[in-house]
Design a protein around this ligand. Sequence first.
Ligand code: SF4
Ligand code: SF4
Length: 187
Amino acid sequence: MSAKDSRRFLAQELAAAAAAYQAAAVIPHCAECAKPCCRLDALVLELEWKQVKTLWHLGESRPAFDKQLAAGKGPEEIRAGNGLYYIHSKPCPAYDDACGSCKIYGQELKPQGCSDFPVYEDQGSVIADLRCEAVDLKALVAWMARALGPEFRVIQSADEEFPFMVTLSVKRAGGRRKPSRRTVTPA
Ligand code: SF4
Ligand code: SF4
């Protein structure tokens, strides 16, 4: 197998391990979560125009809506930028607060970022967002180690600016390890 194929295979394995962890440990906890991410009091939701138009039941054109937003007459929780819309400080309109669930779960309209949160594969590593109370970092590292087998070891490092974002990178056991100030080997 070429190095490129190996990397692609490893990325697929990591994505599968992240999705399985979410299914087993995160999603079952959502209905009883004390700080649901979908309330958007801590997190920012990134949406495309089609999603905004559908979720807010907008009848006007995009230019007309953008004009309203710019004039401060649009929904106060929406900010426009970089061709996208950022939602913060009010619950997502697709959030069912009574059930603690997403009303567009499994639909194409659901943003990819929502499916990824809080554990996802990115460029050959797994990213864990510790703002989700269901993420147990130690258990996640053990989960990945089990999924990958003894050939690999998992190394965790927190983002310096946003320490709740933890990268779990994977190295072949026995391979050379670069020393890093931010690298912590799990117990
Ligand atoms: S923060 Fe985590 S546990 Fe809470 S609702 Fe979001 S994904 Fe579910
Ligand atoms: S689209 Fe669904 S998962 Fe995403 S923030 Fe809204 S309610 Fe939550």
